[in-house]
Design a protein around this ligand. Structure first.
Ligand SMILES: [Zn+2]
Length: 255
């Protein structure tokens, strides 16, 4: 069992022991080389600048979370890739993000409710380091000395935010936290928050709790790994918050 350290210490980042010494890396990294016709789709003039003049849409409602009885699960899609999973005993947040701006990119859809309407959160899971999935400000708000689980190489982005302990998982590794068994699954994506930090892993999570198995795919294009995930786990509910923008080569399975 990992030993909890001071929340300010970088030593509260714990990597799981590898089961077989060499965990198979099955995620596939997308190539970021643009297609030859990339200049016809100018991100700055066709996406970024117009977005500055678009009003944010989406209603924020006061959530009415139900009373959850033993054996029941309640899942709330908050917006983008953020989900709240509630069981009789615990509340789990995946990829929470209440940011209005992702650096220079404006968020056009509001989260479905305001951050202060969250119930107390027992566990936080973050699928990868991209700004739309890992928002340090949101995580700092949510952090209340509970554990957080991230892929290998992402722990240093969250270790200082007020979490009790950071569990870094490699692909197919599992950590048991209270009533949860949390496993990291591969995906077809990439993990660099900036250009050069390619050491960061990226993935999805399988969460087994109360006899149910919930899968959050992270940020993934379709790839054969989905079949292996389906073979390894008996998934009851799959959360597939895949980007809805026009897919150039980066979203296409190509390797
Ligand atoms: Zn991403």
């Amino acid at each position: 069992m990992p030993i909890p350290f001071s929340k300010k210490s970088r030593r509260n980042v714990v990597r799981q022991e590898s089961d077989n010494g060499a965990a198979a890396k099955r995620s596939t990294r997308v190539r970021l080389r643009p297609r030859p016709d990339w200049h016809k789709r100018n991100f700055l003039t066709s996406v970024l600048i117009p977005s500055l003049f678009i009003k944010r849409s989406g209603d924020r409602a006061q959530p009415q979370f139900p009373k959850i009885r033993a054996g029941e699960i309640c899942i709330t899609w908050i917006g983008h890739a953020s989900f709240l999973i509630q069981t009789h005993e615990v509340n789990i947040l995946i990829d929470p993000n209440w940011a209005k701006w992702l650096k220079v990119i404006k968020r056009l859809k509001q989260p479905g409710f305001e951050i202060h309407h969250l119930p107390s959160i027992d566990f936080v899971l973050v699928t990868h380091a991209h700004f739309d999935h890992l928002d340090r400000r949101t995580l700092r708000h949510v952090a209340a000395d509970q554990p957080i689980v991230v892929p290998i190489g992402v722990g240093n982005l969250v270790h200082d935010l007020g979490f009790h302990i950071v569990h870094e998982l490699d692909y197919w590794q599992t950590v048991q936290l209270g009533p949860l068994k949390i496993s990291l699954t591969p995906c077809h994506h990439w993990g660099a928050r900036f250009l050069a930090d390619l050491h960061r892993a990226f993935g999805g999570f399988v969460v087994a709790v109360d006899g149910r198995t919930i899968f959050h795919c992270g940020d993934s294009a379709y790839f054969p790994g989905f079949k292996e995930i389906g073979d390894r786990y008996k998934i009851d509910i799959a959360l597939l918050p895949i980007g809805a923008y026009e897919p150039p080569t980066r979203r296409k399975f190509s390797s």
